[in-house]
Design a protein around this ligand. Structure first.
Ligand code: HEC
Length: 148
């Protein structure tokens, strides 16, 4: 009887240990870079495809299929995680099940620079670098010019 109790106890302990090991202990990844610093690298390395304002309309984009992502699309930005954005920049499309047209930049940028450029990409969907369209002119109480 006592032997059975020992076996049961150790089984429970082993199970608890296994549970602890499989539990997700990794904290959520967060982009912590400085977007202002990232902008310089972005202009240097990313504009040709992703465009000055990040809309995916760079000069080289015409020839690309799939098209480079539009970083100003808030809906898309909400769908993707910080980890995905960072990994896409660091490892490139091919390593992340996406198009190899998106290169890996880990050879050209160090960890800090990768974070900065990722932060800049993230800032684009928050309207930071996309000036709002001019408000439509009100025509209500305007009289046609040159007429009395
Ligand atoms: C040669 C053109 C090219 C250059 C240069 C380029 N990209 Fe890309 N990028 C792409 C293409 C094409 C995709 C879309 C890949 C896909 O959807 O399969 C992409 C996708 C991405 C994505 C994923 C976005 C999403 O919502 O899926 C990020 C982030 C990104 N690029 C960041 C950058 C950054 C930062 C740089 C500069 C360091 C850069 N790219 C340079 C072509 C380029």
């Amino acid at each position: 009887m006592q032997k059975l109790l020992v076996v049961t106890t150790s089984l429970v302990a082993a199970f608890a240990l296994a549970q602890g090991k499989t539990a997700d202990t990794k904290a959520a990844f967060k982009i912590t870079g400085d977007p202002a610093k990232g902008q310089a690298k972005y202009k240097e390395l990313c504009v040709s495809c992703h465009g000055e304002g990040g809309k995916g309309d760079g000069a080289a984009a015409v020839a690309l299929n799939p098209k480079p992502a539009n970083f100003t699309d808030a809906k898309r930005a909400a769908e993707v995680t910080d980890e995905y954005v960072y990994k896409m920049i660091k490892e490139g499309g091919a390593a992340n099940g996406k198009s190899a047209l998106m290169a890996s930049w880990k050879g050209a940028l160090n960890e800090g620079q990768l974070m900065d450029v990722a932060a800049f990409v993230r800032s684009l969907s928050k309207g930071a670098a996309t000036p709002a369209a001019p408000a439509p002119e009100k025509k209500d109480d305007k009289k046609p010019a040159g007429k009395k």
